[in-house]
Design a protein around this ligand. Structure first.
Ligand code: GLU
Length: 383
């Protein structure tokens, strides 16, 4: 047999999705398990959004649409960008995709040539590096540390930049650290991008989940709109993970490339979902965000009272806990997570694959009651 793609063969499948399905399968088989695995809101998709989808079906809105998405939705996204982020874009600069994941994959395809380097600020979500590699480019990891509130440092970036560096990718609010980049950090990133003529890929999918400081889009800084590519979506903001709807925001020349990629791969996203997303733009989900803040406070208090080592998240719905004291040469974080799942009845994600060796990620997109139950199980088992 001829060999297969070395690039794809060298990539791991998504760890978050893999562990989440394993935990869900165990639960289905009757195992008493509290899931802190996938970053998936436990809220139902708002009723008005579901009804818009039903109406779309009944109105036979079930055929191809423009590959980049229906004009009303792209116009609505432009209004959102203006209102929430102070950004002026035209509908041709938006491409609606199958979740933020596809938007990101399209963006990399639009800007990367083989051998280009992308700086990935870590700890980072598990899908960034594989996506970069799939376009035959190279992710360069630049670490951030809890001592600096997981904010990137200028000297670390300067050291990592080479003449092959094409872009800096970051995610704020951050999965998995819970960091939120403040104005000063964003100004530093903007300065570096301009100095070295780099793109910024800004994953803003958690923008609504900020607890201590506001979310600012780096594209709103002077001279940054042209070089910033934004990814966003409805999965987290409107509890719509299964609908698969996200989007990219980029200047017209890049959006044209993004549209080309999408037109040859998936075409438009589900037509019904597009109508649902259009409705979602007018549905206020502050009640969800207020509840996440309560959960953030609850989980932080519980972990802190039990003397766990962690960074109190300022945004998103994850907390990373340092587990090194419970690890040995024979037991890494993945082994520990398996043990916790089987013996303590609590499912966590090992954060090594996020670039945080010795840490686990806890998603608190689950009820306060389950947070109490799950964290108490963790305390009883480990402490
Ligand atoms: N982004 C979420 C997470 O990190 C969803 C799962 C995934 O796509 O990786 O858990």
């Amino acid at each position: 047999m001829r060999n297969i793609s070395k690039t794809v063969d060298a990539i791991e499948s998504s760890l978050t999705l893999r562990i989440d399905s394993k935990a869900k399968a165990m639960k289905k088989e009757g195992k008493d398990l509290v899931l802190f695995t996938a970053g998936e809101p436990d809220f139902d998709t708002p009723q008005a959004v579901k009804e818009a989808a039903i109406e779309a079906i009944n109105a036979n809105f079930t055929k191809y649409t423009k590959s980049s998405g229906i004009i009303e939705l792209r116009e609505g996204i432009c209004e959102k960008l203006k209102k929430d982020n102070g950004l002026e874009y035209s509908p041709d600069e938006i491409v609606v995709s199958n979740g933020g994941k596809q938007a990101l994959f399209n963006i990399f395809g639009a800007i990367l040539n083989p051998g280009d380097e992308v700086i990935v600020l870590t700890p980072a979500w598990v899908s960034y590096s594989p996506q970069i590699k799939m376009w035959k480019a190279k992710p360069t990891e630049v670490k951030t540390y809890p001592e600096n509130d997981y904010l990137p440092q200028e000297e670390d970036l300067e050291k990592a930049i080479t003449d092959k560096t094409k872009a800096i990718l970051f995610n704020s609010p951050n999965n998995p650290t819970g960091a939120v980049y403040d104005k000063r950090t964003l100004e530093m990133l903007a300065h570096i991008a301009q100095k070295h003529d780099l793109y910024i890929v800004a994953d803003e999918v958690y923008e609504k989940m900020v607890y201590d400081l506001p979310h600012i889009s780096i594209a709103s800084f002077d001279g940054m709109k042209e070089r910033t590519l934004i990814i966003n979506g409805f999965s987290k903001s409107h509890a719509m993970t299964g609908w698969r709807v996200g989007y990219s925001v980029a200047s017209l020349n890049i959006s044209k490339q993004i549209s080309k990629i999408q037109s040859h791969t998936t075409s438009n996203i589900n037509s019904i979902t597009q109508k649902a997303a259009l409705k979602a733009l007018s549905v206020d989900t502050k009640y969800m965000m207020d509840e996440y803040k309560k959960r953030r406070d609850l989980i932080s208090d519980m972990l802190s009272n039990a003397n766990f080592k962690f960074f109190k998240p300022k945004g998103a719905f994850y907390v990373m806990v340092n587990m090194t004291e419970f690890l040995t040469d024979e037991k890494n974080t993945e082994d520990l997570c398996m043990e916790l799942m089987e013996k303590a009845g609590v499912a966590l994600i090992p954060a090594d694959a996020f670039g945080a060796k010795g840490f686990v990620r806890i998603s608190f997109a689950t009820s306060q009651e389950l947070i109490k139950k799950g964290i108490n199980r963790l305390i009883e088992y480990l402490k």
